[in-house]
Write a new protein. Sequence first.
Length: 100
Amino acid sequence: MAKKPAASTQALSLEGDLDVFSIHLQWEKAQTLLTTLNGSAEVDLSAVGDLDLSGLQLLCALDRDLRSRGIAFKVVGAKPEWKTRFAPLGTAHLFEGGGA
């Protein structure tokens, strides 16, 4: 019987702003996480300056796509105000992986 590959965490550190002006470039960087076949994925936002609704959409899309494949997704390094700002939209769970 063939062994399953060991589960691993694939990490991605984003830098700069996650906003409407940079979202295309940030999405290209994030595509590496979508190729993960097992384990878990982590996005580090500790070097991100600003996060707007475009950035939130990117995080939600990653969360949806990875979880649909059974891959755990976690965001770390998020600023506490982002959780507060986006909580009314039902996305606070994205920022519970660890604060900055």
